[in-house]
Design a protein around this ligand. Sequence first.
Ligand code: CA
Length: 304
Amino acid sequence: MPTKIILDTDIGDDVDDALALALICASPEVELLGVTTVFGNVQARARQAQTILQLAAAENPSFGKIPVAAGCSATLASRKNQSIAADAKHVPAQAVVSWNQERLPAIDPRHGIDFLIQTIMAGRGDIVPVTIGAITNLAMALVKEPAIATKIPRIVSMAGEFRTPMAEWNIKCDPEAASIVFSSGLPMDIIPWHIGRTARLVETQTAQFATSNVPMARYLGEAVGAWRAGKTDVEPALFDPMAIALLIEPALFEWKQGQVRVELRGEDTYGYTTFKEGPGPHRIAWNVDRDRAVHWYLQRVLRQ
Ligand SMILES: [Ca+2]
């Protein structure tokens, strides 16, 4: 039986969310029940998610019917960091590789929070929320309908960093939301920043997208190009795709079990995450077999 998931994403700026959604579309081991978008311009983010699902629908029409719901644009962050403040009008870099609304189905009329609540409550306790952006939507869903906690078998998140003292982006965008989810007691499987940085594509690998026979792979080549515009010497890190990989190939990683906390008080450490190994609901991917993980990813999306 495939693992049922809802993808909660800030797709549209960094390219790794698109790389992750394409991986989902290439993976029969997961069944995508819906996509919710978060942080800033959630409408534009929804359009890129829909674009990828419509590309996947060319081969499997069921992808074209997967609902995409826009979620929280603003955050619960108690200290607004102007450099990352959610901006509903910000045009994500990936907008240039998103189809116009006229070519796309209407987005789901429900708010992302309500989509999460209704979908999880209607399930059999077997729906895994997978968060690859700020965790605002899931935190808000837990606040609005605490009963969903009894229906969530585990949460999968790309979030946090435990080797390097830092506020990882998805935590930094909304530390309070992350704290709500991490302190919920729900089991979580975590891909930290370090893992994504380790699993990076090199130039010869990203170049394979453009020459692939697979339309989705060629789209990813365009998406990487849009992300790179204005940047030099950068290679895509597979942060978000590794959160999908753990659902399918957990043996790609070495794991540590324990308890994560999100720092909310420190003057200079707001949004930092700490990990205490031992009893606790959080399983952290501690190491990744880089070559195997990257090869596995490329095999999937290039269908080699
Ligand atoms: Ca992301």
